[in-house]
Design a protein around this ligand. Sequence first.
Ligand SMILES: [Zn+2]
Length: 396
Amino acid sequence: MFLKEAVRGHYSRAEMYDELCEVLQKQVERAALHNLNVESIGIAVPGGVVPHNGHFNGAVGGVPFEAGEFVSQTITDALVNRCGMPLLQRVFPVRDAESLMQRIHLDNDARCAARWLITEQGPRWADFVCLFAGTGVGSGLVFDRRVSYGAKFRAGEVGHVDLNMGDELMLGKMALQRRKCSCGTKGYHFESLVGLGGLGHLAMALDHGIQKDIERAYVSDPQRAADLRAELGSEEVSGMILLEVLRRPGLLDLDEFPRSEEDLDEHLQRLMELYGQLFCVGITAILDALDLPYVGLCGTIPEYLHGNQHFQRSFRQHLAGNVMGTIVDPLFGNMREWGWRGAALLPRDPGYYIRRFPGSTRQPFTASERRSATPSSAREQAVHGEERLNEQHSDT
Ligand SMILES: [Zn+2]
């Protein structure tokens, strides 16, 4: 929720760091109180990350960081300020602020989610893509049980692949217009087609009138109207309202809706059939090009649409019809659950570690060094994951 608000500009950059570091401070104090040690802090963020210095590379807009921002340094400074070095030295195995910064790890959120799936899904999932779809669209690519970073740490930035070079994209008999993407390009990027704004745009193109009626009925509730503030009218908010209504149809006050319930159902069903098809276009391109037999889906959109039978039927039908030679059974999950576990595993992933500390002779943390302030179930999961990550790298 906090991130969503930050993305929508409801939090300034300074407020975001304040919130984040307040949470971290509480964890540090809690660890000190229980005489526990914390080895590292793992952070998953949307957009591009340069692992070797913890910089955010600013590949996309709409995230609460600036291009080139030294995130791990800012967090270190704030923690030293808030907690004081003596307390930090007690909780972390560090001497000074510099060595604390070495224990703050930052990576792209979709890559973190993919890292967790390597461990959660086991050896069968050797090659796969973990796709995130919400306001933005991104992915983590895994080959031979290793998270791929690419030459410029941008592997998996599938949201900015152009799916149509022409001036018009036809979906059935409907023409979709070019949309401005978070990268600044106006066109048919995968993200601008299937992100929240893309869903809103599709609904408007399908039936502008009924979509407006849905939105008016939705904000007849004063609390919802207040929540949306001045943003009503953007395609992104249209997309978010649709997800809410699709998940809980009873949410819409039908007394405020000037059409029949059948009209509403028909519109939503048609919308989901088309959206399932559109969602599939970009995914099949990735699966086919890279010969991947598995896909994990997370982020606001899959999380809301997981239970929608019309979306599921259309998506799976097009997936079966378009992916060459493989039957792909998509796995739906939760970004928050996958992402934080993958971030917690960062210092234990040799593939990340050699990029964070190029040329270092230090070894990644091992199970025997394990000392963590995380709750035991989470710690067990992270440790279990670490052992699997080490297993897969034991041949290197
Ligand atoms: Zn783009």
